[in-house]
Design a protein around this ligand. Structure first.
Ligand code: IPM
Ligand code: MG
Length: 361
């Protein structure tokens, strides 16, 4: 019998533990059905790790993740650590950034699909969001998030600060290749989003993406400026298939894109590197305002386990089973508070997970 795949579970802070627990129950049922047993290891990250160990990400946690087959991540952060100590060197969010960088997870896949049952819940008119099915690939280990220099310093006229946006050819190339490869599994269109009218990094980005595109004559490649794309994403979201963009643009655009799907709580993500190791997390944050109430939407976390099965464990059928079960639960009319229609009685985190599990069985 093959060794049980090892999954490191990092629930983090706020609603992270609640949605991760719900997702794990769904993952257990989905893997049980195909006779796979998972070996889970839990650890603390973010604010929880700051409280317990004084750091957001311990070196041994990173080492543990390197030996794993996949990482299931919740969310990190909260006012207790972020607002109370804005100048602190230890910040919950650094756990996530440390994992992305430390594990070389340069490609962040954020699929945005509007479930038919959710068309009415979208912030946009039904005809605008029906059949939306796009995949944003966000570069995840470069750009403004990580480039140096990055610091605050004093000047005779007061404090100043600098962040740096740097991209090298290999960094752009590898994420572009991932985009074109993924496009071949979909509708064979890549839209690369940049700010080439202003930024030097974007001009290099455009040159490199165009060169990579030549190796994929069967995939249509277009380029769009990020401001125009932000608009087109609302005007004609059905027009896009694969979208590839740099780190900060991708961060912003995927929050925008989540509004197509109805709510931030709906969207999963996969962060991948060169191999099959991946980190899977909902794109929402720790939502401290609703933490501990049992009302958080677990769908983003649950759909993240489908991505885990697909990209790290190569279990496409189980991945589709989970996606189908989520669809069925939504079709039956169940809604958590964030996606409920006015006057509708909402189910909690556990209730929604139960419905997905029932549909799986
Ligand atoms: C995301 C989040 C993170 C990011 C934060 C929590 C550091 O917004 O995953 O989109 O900016 O990448
Ligand atoms: Mg974000």
């Amino acid at each position: 019998m093959a060794a049980a795949p090892r999954i490191v579970v990092l629930p983090g802070d706020g609603i992270g533990p609640e949605v991760t627990q719900a997702a794990r129950r769904v993952l257990d049922v989905a893997t049980e059905r195909i006779g796979v047993r998972l070996d889970y290891v839990d650890d603390l990250v973010g604010g929880a790790a700051i409280d317990a160990y004084g750091v957001a990400l311990r070196p041994q946690t990173l080492r543990l993740c390197k030996t794993a087959d996949a990482i299931l991540f919740g969310a990190v952060g909260g006012p207790r650590w972020d607002d109370a100590a804005p100048d602190s060197k230890v910040r919950p969010g650094s756990a996530l950034l440390g994992l992305r960088k430390g594990l070389g997870l340069f490609a962040n896949l954020r699929p945005v699909r509007v479930d038919p049952a959710m068309v009415a819940t979208s912030a946009l008119r039904p005809e605008r969001v029906r059949d939306v099915d796009l995949l944003v690939i966000r570069e995840l280990t470069g750009g403004l998030y990580f480039s140096r220099p990055k610091r605050r310093y004093s000047t005779p006229r007061g404090e100043a600060a600098v962040d740096t946006m740097r991209y090298s050819t290999p960094e752009i190339e590898r994420v572009a290749v991932r985009a074109f490869e993924l496009a071949r599994m979909r509708r064979r269109q890549v839209c690369s989003v940049d700010k080439a009218n202003v930024l030097e990094t974007s001009r290099l980005w455009r040159v490199v993406v165009s060169r990579v595109a030549q190796g994929y004559p069967d995939v249509a490649c277009s380029h769009m400026l990020v401001d125009a794309f932000a608009m087109e994403l609302l005007r004609r979201p059905q027009a896009f298939d694969v979208v590839v963009t740099e780190n900060l643009f991708g961060d912003i655009l995927t929050d925008e894109a989540s509004m197509l799907a109805g709510a931030l709580g709906m969207l999963p993500s996969a962060s991948l590197g060169a191999g099959t190791l991946g980190l899977y997390e909902p794109i929402h944050g720790s939502a401290p305002d609703i933490a501990g109430k049992g009302i958080a939407n677990p769908i983003g976390a649950i759909l993240s386990t489908a991505l885990l099965l697909r990209w790290s464990l190569n279990r496409e059928e189980a991945a589709q089973a989970i996606e189908g079960a989520v669809s069925q639960a939504l079709a039956s009319g169940l809604r958590t508070a964030d996606i409920a229609t006015p006057g509708q009685r909402a189910v909690g985190t556990v209730g929604m997970a139960d419905a997905v599990i029932a549909a799986l069985r």
